[in-house]
Ligand binder design. Structure first.
Ligand code: SAM
Length: 279
């Protein structure tokens, strides 16, 4: 579990990332929709149900479930960062979705009644939380009996060079000690055994678990650098805090480090997400 300052830092990071995620939502969805479609298909939402999305970011995963809920059902799209909630709200209005409610909610302390939702979606959220065990217990508390949770986290660093390579270069450049693998972060729930044990401690049992490949494509290094500096959470904030000189030097090192992923079409960096259905 992370220290008390972590929540505030993480909140500030994601507030600042919302504009980039909003701007790049089409690119993000093109690369990652299969992960969300797996989650929605596994959860199998039905007309009239209430589905809660946690750490929804700009909202796409939940929106993919909204049509199945019909006019009598409801999607509660939530994130703890109000800027993300506003980006999701603007998009659901643009899409004309009438069965979506948007709320700023911290997944670790849900302001929702016990047994009030039929299903929960959470893509790439739990592993970033200070206490994912608490968030999963909250998830279980608000789920009606028989309700399911579809979640996605990232697999290990070796299989996700899009995130691990720049992370390693940054650590090397700043001489920072390697992070504790269980501390909140992209890879904190990469071990399927940890996912199972966190779920089981929250009285949720794994029903399906599957790895899904994701390919992040960038037309050139500028596009990858824009991703790192405007969307990449804690990495983006660390780069923003550097001097211009250090930032330029880091940029050169990252460009060298991802050379292996370069092709005539730009860069393509692979990744593996770990998707789970639990109930
Ligand atoms: C990597 S983004 C993923 C966004 C979205 N789920 C997606 O897959 O596109 C992580 C999101 O988790 C949210 N988040 C982090 N900690 C949270 C918490 N304790 N409660 C709710 N949301 C949280 C952030 O604000 C951010 O929007």
């Amino acid at each position: 579990m992370a220290g008390p300052g972590y929540r505030q830092v993480s909140f500030d990071v994601w507030q600042r990332m919302a504009a980039g995620w909003d701007r790049e939502r089409r690119w993000l969805w093109d690369a990652s929709h299969a992960v969300s479609e797996w989650m929605v298909e596994a959860l199998a939402p039905r007309p009239g149900q209430t589905i809660l999305e946690l750490a929804a970011g700009t909202g796409e995963t939940g929106f993919a479930a909204a049509a199945a809920l019909g006019d009598d059902g409801r999607l509660i799209s939530t994130d703890f960062a109000p800027n993300m909630v506003e980006a999701a709200r603007a998009e659901s209005q643009r899409l004309g979705l009438r069965n979506v409610e948007h709320r700023a909610l911290d997944a670790e302390r849900l302001d929702l009644n016990d047994d009030s939702v039929d299903g929960v979606l959470c893509r790439w959220g739990y592993m970033l939380m200070a206490d994912p065990g608490a968030a999963l217990r909250e998830t279980r508390r608000v789920l009606r009996d028989g309700g399911g949770l579809a979640l996605s986290v990232w697999g290990g660093p070796n299989r996700n060079p899009w995130a691990s390579v720049p992370g390693r270069v940054l650590l090397g450049y700043t001489d920072a000690p390697p992070p504790d693998p269980a501390a909140p972060g992209i890879f904190a729930m990469a071990d399927p055994l940890r996912v199972r044990s966190l779920l089981s401690a929250a009285e949720l049992e794994v029903q399906r678990m599957e790895e899904l490949e994701v390919r992040w494509r960038f037309e050139d290094f500028d596009a990858y650098w824009r991703y790192l500096t405007q969307l990449a959470g804690a990495i983006a904030i660390a780069i923003a805090a550097m001097s211009d000189h250090d930032r330029r030097a880091l940029r050169e090192r990252v460009e060298k480090a991802i050379e292996d992923y370069r092709s005539d079409l730009g860069y393509e960096l692979p990744g593996v997400a770990l998707n789970t259905l639990a109930a």
